[in-house]
Design a protein around this ligand. Structure first.
Ligand code: ZN
Length: 271
């Protein structure tokens, strides 16, 4: 069986404030597009196609857009943790990373009524402590690393890297759903002057890339993880392309699952 995980990073204005350090009205309005236009369009597509999805949301976005959060959860989708203000965990002291994770989980639970069981780093990068902290907080999966394409694996802790060699640490209990720039809408579409990303590719070109990636994943009975952002995929031709892709993916032997459901399924199948 092939597992299809559609994931959406609902960054809101947090990514502009934190990651891009741009807080004037126009950059913030790009985040607002995701909340006000992208989310409703996405929810319509997911409902029409009758597929579940996972939304990774910074706590700041959940507090700013509680109505959108309630609609997402009411439609049966999953909410995952995605930082407090879309901060990178890399280089954070462990106490600070623990505090941010504690507060993020509290806010997401307060807004939606559900405690998340999964995490995606806002930077697609982890600190030396992230996996330990995810275990400490009972989070069962992560989706930030790139060492496979269509197979999940258990994230490691305490790797040692020296000039002589790279030594693996021990395997954790955190199931990893690998991500890839090839399967992210950002590099293909998002135009950004600083840092420069030309983006603005045609939706039909991206359909070719993503459907070919999916076809390979299905051939090997893999786990296909797509990462999109409401503010990017939410524009007209792109959201229509996403719907066409989902319909292409709805083949015999393909099961669409939230990442949380997929994590539980894979973990129990391995017992
Ligand atoms: Zn993000």
């Amino acid at each position: 069986m092939t597992i299809a995980c559609l994931t959406f990073d609902f960054d809101g204005v947090a990514i502009w404030m934190s990651t891009f350090k741009q807080v004037s009205p126009t950059p913030l309005s790009r985040g607002e597009f995701g909340a006000e236009v992208g989310i409703p369009r996405l929810l319509e597509v997911l409902e029409r196609c009758e597929v579940p999805a996972t939304f990774f949301v910074p706590a700041h976005t959940a507090s700013s857009y509680p109505e959108q959060m309630k609609r997402i959860v009411a439609a049966g989708h999953e909410i995952g943790c995605h930082g407090y203000l879309h901060e990178s965990p890399v280089g954070l002291p462990i106490e600070e990373e623990r505090r941010l994770l504690t507060q993020s989980l509290e806010v997401l639970e307060k807004v939606t009524g559900v405690r998340p069981i999964g995490y995606r780093s806002p930077a697609w990068d982890l600190s030396d402590n992230t996996i330990d902290l995810l275990e400490e907080f009972g989070l069962i999966y992560d989706s930030s690393l790139m060492s496979n394409d269509f197979n999940t694996f258990y994230a490691r802790k305490n790797d040692v890297l020296t000039e002589e060699r790279f030594t693996h640490g021990e395997q954790s209990q955190v199931l990893e759903f690998p991500v890839a720039w090839e399967l992210d809408d950002y590099p293909y579409f998002q135009f950004s002057p600083r840092p420069l990303n030309t983006g603005l590719r045609l939706a039909e070109d991206v359909y070719k890339a993503w459907s070919a990636e999916f076809d390979y994943a299905h051939k090997v009975n893999g786990v296909f993880t797509l990462t999109c952002h409401p503010e990017i995929i939410g524009r007209g031709p792109r959201i229509e392309m996403l719907e066409k892709l989902i319909k292409h993916m709805q083949q015999p032997g393909v099961q669409f699952m939230t990442m949380g459901a997929a994590a539980k399924h894979i973990k129990s199948a391995a017992l």
